[in-house]
Structure formats: C-alpha cells, structure tokens
Design a protein. Structure first.
Length: 233
C-alpha cells in the first residue's frame, strides 16, 4: 500500500504528536508558537510551513524525517536515526536503562512491586535527550503485531512509569499496562477509572481487538515515550 497516497501531512502530524505523547499546548510551548497554529493545521484549515516542519525535527530528533515528509514508517526512531542523520550521538549522550525483552515478560511481572527491579535484567542504551523527567523508565521489546503499523513485532520502545495516583488521568497515547498476570502494550481508548473503575485498551491493528481492565486488577502502567529501535524488514 502506498502510504503517501492515503495520508496527508495533517495525518502524519497527528501520528507524530500521538507518538510523542505530548499535548499540542506542550509542543507549541517547546517551539515558541501559538497552540492555535497547530490546531488549525491538524483540522485542515492550514498547512504547516517548511520552517514549522524543520523546527519540529530540530526540537524532537526522535521524529523520523522520512515519515513526516514522505510517509515512510516508522513514525519515530532514536534521535540519531537515518532519517535525521545530522544529529550525532556521542557516548556522553547515552544512558543505560533496564531492558525488558520478550523472554523476560514473565519474570518482569513476577518481580514487579512499586516499580521495577533491576535484578536479573539486561540494560539498553538510550539518548539522555529521550528522558523528559526523573520518572523511572524502562525499554520494552514489543511482542506481536497488535500495534502495527506504528509498533511492529520486535521493536524496542522507551516507556516512562506512570505513578498510580495519575492512572485515571491518562488517555489517548500508547501504554504498557500490567494487570493481573498480563503485560500488554496498547492504546488507551476509554479511561473510566475515576468513575466506572475500568480502563479500555485498544489495538491499532484491527485484528488485535480490545481489552477492558478493572481498576482492582491494575498493577502498573508505563507511557510509551518513543521508539528506540525498529526491526529491519
């Protein structure tokens, strides 16, 4: 399928903003722009200028220029990826964080307490610039294709832990969610934790389906911040 034939620049920007997990207000603030400019662009009332696109790529190096300009997946990548080769990653710009590959999903669930333990876990090196806060982070390897085309099987993503007190305020983005003895990566479709005490998670792949999780079954939540590695097809 030719992605460019079905996706407009507005569609790609929506995917980029969603992938970044940032609000339009925060993006506008980072770029020194008026939020209304981006609302007009996303609604189709205006088109982004060349300067706006270049500012986005400079401010968020994890955005793949190939996707934003040409519609070639993946949407996000590591800041020094081929799509943005002008960003050079040096050793001092890297940090090691706990890594949860597919084979360790079970032990990750078993050792989970208030956050995650580093015992018996591998590490993965990511750019310091990828970390937006002091919250605990982990690199997770995607298992399965329920979140394709954005997250394919074997992709590695940087995930930021969401404090339990903020679970009911999360919406729209992609999250790693631990409930009962399950550990899944899906998009939050309906967050009714505050009122009806449940959370509905949805797959981007139409064949992936949805799952409803009760508040009492939730054990942990991590917000997917960026893609740090994509498998070669």
């Amino acid at each position: 399928m030719n992605i460019e034939a079905v996706e407009t620049i507005q569609d790609r920007l929506k995917q980029v903003f969603d992938g970044l997990g940032l609000t339009i207000y925060q993006i506008a603030k980072d770029l020194g722009e008026n939020p209304s400019k981006f609302y007009n662009i996303l609604s189709g009332r205006a088109k982004p200028s060349y300067d706006t696109i270049m500012s986005l790529l400079a401010c968020y190096p994890q955005i793949r220029a190939d996707y934003l300009l040409r519609g070639i997946l993946p949407v996000l990548g590591e800041g020094g990826s081929e799509g943005n080769s002008r960003f050079i990653v040096s050793e001092e710009n890297l940090i090691e964080v706990p890594f949860v590959p597919i084979k360790f999903y079970a032990s990750f669930v078993e050792t989970y307490t208030e956050g995650f333990r580093k015992m018996d876990m591998e590490t993965y090196r990511v750019r310091n610039a990828s970390l937006r806060s002091n919250k605990p982070v982990v690199v997770i390897e995607i298992s399965g294709n329920s979140m394709t085309p954005q997250l394919s099987n074997g992709a590695k993503v940087l995930a930021e832990q969401v404090d339990q007190s903020n679970w009911e305020y999360q919406s729209g983005g992609i999250f790693a969610v631990m409930y009962r003895d399950f550990f899944v990566v899906k998009r939050i479709r309906d967050n009714e934790l505050m009122t009806k005490k449940y959370l509905t998670l949805h797959s981007d792949n139409p064949l992936g389906g949805s799952v409803t999780v009760g508040h009492k079954d939730l054990r942990g939540m991590w917000k997917i911040v960026s893609i740090v590695d994509s498998p070669v097809e």
